[in-house]
Design a protein around this ligand. Structure first.
Ligand SMILES: Cc1cc2nc3c(=O)[nH]c(=O)nc-3n(C[C@H](O)[C@H](O)[C@H](O)COP(=O)(O)OP(=O)(O)OC[C@H]3O[C@@H](n4cnc5c(N)ncnc54)[C@H](O)[C@@H]3O)c2cc1C
Length: 445
C-alpha cells in the first residue's frame, strides 16, 4: 500500500454494529486505502451471545477471501471426518425421512460445520484494526447535512457526534439505520420462538438413538428440534416452535419480545416438546438452563441503499434466521460493498456509483431468498387446503417442501464471482453506450 491519501480524497465511513456484518465490512474496508472508517458498537465490548451457528459453504468462501478462515482450526468446530450431513427425522417416531449432503463438488474444507457464535466472531475480529473500533457508542439518530455530497451527521446516546460520507448499517434485525433510511419498512414479531441450550456431549451421546450428526427432529405445527455437537465437549439443542399460550403477550411490534436471548424456565421448555420421541425427551432432560429468542421478520426491501447509506447483514434482510446462513449473507454483503466502492474509485466514478452497484448485486439476491420463503408459505397453504392430515404426513410434507428441496444454490452462491460478472456487464454496457447519448442509469453509475 502506498502513502495515505490526503484527507480531501478520503471517504469517511461509519459502520454501525460489531456483529458478523460490521466486522466483515471493517475487514474489507480496511483493505481500501481511500477509506477512513470507524466501527461503532453499542455494547461495552465486541461480544456475542447465543450458542451455535452453521458456517455454510458460501460462508467459508467469504471467510477465506477475508483472511479470517485461518483463525478457525478443526478443534474449534464440529464437522464429521467424512464430511457434513444434515438428517431430518420425524421427531415423534425417530424415523429418518430426509438427508442433505453438500453438493458433490464441495471441497471438504468448505463443508458446513457448527461452531460457537463467539468463535466465529473472534475469527473475524482478529482481522480487524482494533484502533478504529469504538464500543459503548449507541447510534440514536441520523440527519442529512443537506450538502451536495449528501453527508450525514450521526448522533450517539452519549452525546458524541460524527459526520460521514457513507453510513453502513450493520446494526442487526432491529436496525436504527434502516429505520432512518426506509422509515416505511416494518419488522414484526412472527409468533415463532427459539429455545437454545447446550449440554455435555458425553452425556448426550449416552442416549440410545442420538448420533453425532446435525439433525432436525420435526414435530407437528412447524415445531422442530435441532441437535448437533458444537465441539469436542459441548452438544447444542436449538428448537423452534410457535409461541406457547403461556408466553408473555407482547404487541404485534414485539413490545415485550426480545430478539436475542433471555432466560426461560427449563420445565416449561421440556413440557413443550413432550410429543417428541424418547431420545429427544431424554436429551431435553439434560438441560440445566435455557434461553428463549423471539423471531422477528419483515418484508424484502426493494433496495438496500439510499443516498449515502448502505444496509448490510440482518439490517438489510430481516429473514429471521431462515436458511441458517445469515452470517454468510452478511459476509457476502461486506465483500460486495467494499468491492463495489473499490471499483467506483478505480474507474473514476463517485462513491454513489459503488453503492448503486452494491445494490444491483445484492437486492435481487435477497429477492430470490425471500421467494423461497414464499414457496414454503405456499406449500403450507396447500397442505391446509387439503384438510386434516395425519401428523406423520404433515411432517413429511413440510420436510420435503421447506427443507430438503431446491435450496442448494443459496449455499454454493459465489458473491465474488457475481460481483465480477456484474462489473463486466456494467462496463460492457457503458462501453456500448459511450458513443451514444448517456442514459440515466449509466450516468449514475
Ligand atoms: C434462531 C437463529 C438461528 C440462526 N442460525 C444461523 C446459522 O446457523 N448460520 C448463519 O450463518 N446464520 C444464522 N442465523 C443468522 C445470523 O445469526 C445473523 O444473520 C447474523 O448474526 C447477522 O449478523 P449482523 O452483524 O447483521 O447482526 P447482529 O449479529 O445482530 O449484530 C448487530 C450488532 O449491531 C449492534 N447494534 C445494534 N444497534 C446498534 C446501535 N444503535 N448502535 C450501535 N450498535 C448497534 C448490536 O449490539 C450487534 O453487535 C440465525 C439467526 C437466528 C435468529
Amino acid at each position: 500500500m502506498g502513502a495515505p491519501l490526503p484527507p480531501s480524497r478520503q471517504l469517511k465511513v461509519a459502520i454501525i454494529g460489531g456483529g458478523p456484518a460490521g466486522l466483515a465490512v471493517a475487514i474489507e474496508l480496511g483493505k481500501l486505502d481511500f477509506v477512513d472508517w470507524k466501527l461503532y458498537e453499542k455494547k461495552p465490548a465486541i461480544s456475542e451471545i447465543g450458542t451455535g451457528i452453521t458456517i455454510q459453504r458460501n460462508t467459508w468462501r467469504m471467510l477465506e477471501l477475508m483472511g479470517a478462515a485461518r483463525n478457525l482450526s478443526a478443534g474449534d468446530f464440529f464437522r464429521p471426518e467424512s464430511g457434513h450431513e444434515t438428517q431430518h427425522r420425524n421427531g415423534r417416531t425417530g424415523q429418518l425421512i430426509g438427508q442433505q449432503r453438500p453438493r458433490a463438488d464441495t471441497p471438504l474444507h468448505r463443508h458446513p460445520c457448527r461452531v460457537y457464535r463467539a468463535k466465529l466472531q473472534q475469527a473475524l475480529l482478529k482481522e480487524v484494526d482494533h484502533s478504529r473500533i469504538r464500543v459503548g457508542r449507541k447510534l440514536v439518530r441520523v440527519s442529512r447535512l443537506g450538502d451536495e455530497n449528501e453527508k450525514l451527521q450521526l448522533f450517539f446516546e452519549d452525546g458524541f457526534t460524527d459526520e460521514v460520507d457513507i453510513l453502513v448499517g450493520a446494526d442487526g434485525i432491529r436496525s436504527v439505520v434502516r429505520n432512518f433510511a426506509f422509515p416505511e419498512h416494518r419488522i414484526k414479531y412472527t409468533g415463532a420462538i427459539a429455545y437454545r441450550t447446550v449440554v455435555r456431549r458425553d452425556e448426550a451421546m449416552k442416549i440410545n438413538g442420538l448420533v453425532p450428526v446435525a439433525t432436525f427432529w420435526h414435530g407437528t405445527d412447524g415445531k422442530w428440534i435441532y441437535t448437533c455437537p458444537l465441539d469436542e465437549h459441548d452438544f447444542e439443542i436449538t428448537t423452534r416452535a410457535k409461541s406457547p399460550a403461556t408466553a408473555p403477550a407482547g404487541d404485534e411490534k414485539g413490545g415485550e419480545h426480545v430478539s436475542w436471548g433471555r432466560d426461560a424456565p427449563v420445565e416449561g421448555f421440556v413440557q413443550f416438546y413432550r410429543e417428541m420421541a424418547s431420545p429427544i425427551r431424554q436429551l431435553l432432560g439434560l438441560a440445566t438452563y435455557v434461553q428463549r429468542f423471539d423471531h422477528f421478520a419483515g418484508p424484502c426491501l426493494r433496495s438496500v441503499v439510499t443516498a449515502s447509506i448502505a444496509l448490510v447483514g440482518d439490517a438489510s434482510h430481516p429473514l429471521s434466521g431462515a436458511f441458517g446462513a445469515g452470517a454468510g449473507f452478511a459476509l457476502e454483503d461486506a465483500y460486495v460493498l467494499a468491492g463495489a466502492l473499490r471499483w467506483a474509485r478505480g474507474s473514476g466514478r463517485p462513491a454513489s456509483g459503488g453503492l448503486d452497484l452494491f445494490d444491483k448485486a445484492r437486492t435481487p439476491h435477497y429477492a430470490a431468498l425471500f421467494g423461497l420463503l414464499d414457496e414454503s408459505a405456499q406449500a403450507e397453504r396447500e397442505m391446509a387446503a387439503r384438510g386434516p392430515v395425519t401428523p406423520d404426513d404433515e411432517i413429511r410434507h413440510r420436510v420435503e417442501n421447506s427443507f430438503t428441496s431446491g435450496r442448494d444454490w443459496v449455499y454454493v452462491y459465489e458473491a465474488d464471482t457475481a460481483l465480477k460478472e456484474l462489473i463486466e456487464e456494467v462496463e460492457g454496457r457503458s462501453n456500448t453506450l459511450s458513443s451514444a447519448e448517456p442514459s440515466a442509469s449509466s450516468a449514475k453509475l
